[in-house]
Structures are given as structure tokens and as C-alpha cells.
Design a protein around this ligand. Sequence first.
Ligand SMILES: NC(=O)c1ccc[n+]([C@@H]2O[C@H](COP(=O)([O-])OP(=O)(O)OC[C@H]3O[C@@H](n4cnc5c(N)ncnc54)[C@H](O)[C@@H]3O)[C@@H](O)[C@H]2O)c1
Length: 323
Amino acid sequence: MHIFVTGGAGYIGSICSEELLNVGHAVTIFDNLTEGHRKAVDSRATFVNGDLAKRKDIMTAVAKAKPAAIMHFAANALVGESMTNPSKYFRNNVAAGINLLDAAVEAGVTKFIFSSTCATYGTPEKVPIDERLPQRPINPYGLSKLMFEQILNWYDKIHGLVHVNLRYFNAAGASEKFGEDHRVETHLIPNIIKVALGQRETAEIYGDKYPTPDGTCIRDYVHILDLAAAHMLALGAEKSDSYNLGCGEGFSVRQVIEVVQKVSGVPIPVKVQPPRAGDPPRLVSSSHKIISQLGWKPKFPRLLPIIESAWAWHQKYPNGYGD
Ligand SMILES: NC(=O)c1ccc[n+]([C@@H]2O[C@H](COP(=O)([O-])OP(=O)(O)OC[C@H]3O[C@@H](n4cnc5c(N)ncnc54)[C@H](O)[C@@H]3O)[C@@H](O)[C@H]2O)c1
């Protein structure tokens, strides 16, 4: 199949593109490189440097590629920034995304995989979180993703755009070639690894008085290669649906720090900071639906191989993509 990948120069999009190419799909990557990196674009893919906000750019690129499916990773994804600059999130994640949907309809594309997020649930009523829980985002980032899910629903009803919303929990880890190098890094694992590499002094713990066994927040980490595998399975979906994408097990911030310490052999000094507003104590996915309906079977459902792969990549590329 020919897959059109927006945001394929970013962390998740680059590795999903690599995996698509590995199994023989053709890939066109569309990215404006504001957050992504040219070096993260697989050399086997066709690259289009374009911006979703420029309607002509995206209409032309999709019409030219005539893809069988679109995977839409491109977005702004910093929760904190969305609380100070909501306009950026609604413009890029919603308005610019509509240009892509129109391009899909005009080119006759009927399959669409969307990178959604557990942030659409807000602070959940119960954990593990399954897809039937109400979606009540508590920040503009989460709302922008929920709005796009809702818009997709209408594009299916009106234009027959079959779509799969994959609501990721915490994507982590690396392939051999590509890894996590966000320009502003807010993710826990790469930031602890930076301490192990001597690039940061301390690992920050935001709050240690949460109602969890060690007082720090608990999150669900999913290996980037398992996440890529879920995208391939979603290509086969015949009707629109939404799936949570996490491993169903939670690890606290302190547990993650311990595993990085073990894998790297470097002691990690920590600094406890005040809790961040709107950080729920526990976010753990129920993965039953994606396992039973799409046949997803994570190969690396443990924290150790996730951190080992991330550590290996960061050791090989201590300055990330270097741009
Ligand atoms: N990283 C996670 O743990 C996580 C969790 C839940 C959801 N997500 C979602 O997954 C997707 C990918 O996340 P990521 O961590 O790889 O982010 P990323 O920032 O590394 O990648 C996003 C890519 O999209 C590109 N982009 C952004 N706006 C664009 C535009 N207007 N036109 C063209 N390209 C544009 C950026 O240059 C970048 O390469 C995002 O939609 C994010 O919301 C990520």
C-alpha cells in the first residue's frame, strides 16, 4: 500500500514510517520540520516539506501521492504550552488538520489513522481507562485532539472516511535508527537519560505526595515498535473506531528512574518539584479492546526493554539528530 504520513519527521511518525517501509509499503512523508528533523526521515520514503496550514501544499501533495491510507501524526503536543498558547493548538491540531481531511476526500482516500491521546480523557473516573469512559479533557491539547476525533466522525458519516483513532498513552523507546529527540523535551524517559549522559544535572519529580505506593505519578509506557505494529493492524480495520494504546501496566516516576539507573549503570540524582496542575495521579490503559478486536500483541510490554532501546539510541546519538 502507499501510505501518506504527516509528521513523519517526528518521533513517532519516523519510526512508524520505518516499520511501514520494512514490510514493503510505499511511504510519502509530509512534514514542515518545525518539530521534526530531516535526518529522521527514512531515506526510502518520498519527502515533502510542507505545512498542513497551507491548504494548497497539502491538497497538492495528497493528490499527487494518491495514497491508499493516511496516518496523521503531525500536531503540536506539549500540554503545558497549550495552557499558555491555546490558539496554536486549535489552529494546528484542528484547523490545519481539516485541510488534510479535505485533501483526503478530494483524492478519494477512505482510510485514515489518527494519533489521538489519553489526554482526551482528562482525569479519569477510574483506572484502567477503557474506551467507554467519558472524554473530558482538562487542557487545550487534549481538547484539540478530541475535537479532531469528533470532526472525523462527521467526515465518515458524510464522506465515508473510515478512521481509527489510536489514543496513545506514553510512547517510549527507539528503533536502532530512529529515536526520541523533541526540540523541547518534556517526556520523562529521555530527560532521565540526559541525566545519565551528563547533559542534565537532576531528574525532576513533579510531586511525591500522590496517592500512589511511592507517592509519584504512575503512567503506562508503550514501546514505539509495538505502537507502530498497532498502526499496521489499524490499516486493516473496516469500520471507524477508537482504541486505547497502552500496555495496561503502570510505572511510577521513581520506578522509571530506577530502571534507567539499572540499564545505564549511572546514579541519577533527583529533585522533587511541586506537583504540576492537572497531572492525574494514575493513567493506565485498558488494552483489551485493541487486543481483542485488532489482534494487537505487544512484543515489549515491560519497562526494561523499552528503556534499554531508548538508552542504546541515546548512547549512539547523544546529541539526537544534532539540528
Ligand atoms: N509522544 C507521545 O507519547 C504521544 C502520546 C499521545 C499522543 N501523541 C501524538 O502523536 C503524534 C506524534 O507525536 P510525537 O511525539 O512524534 O511528536 P513530534 O513533535 O516528534 O512529531 C510531530 C511532527 O509533526 C510535524 N508537524 C507539526 N505541525 C505540522 C504542520 N502544520 N504541517 C506539517 N508538519 C507538522 C512536526 O514537524 C513533527 O515532525 C502527535 O499527534 C501527538 O499528539 C504522542
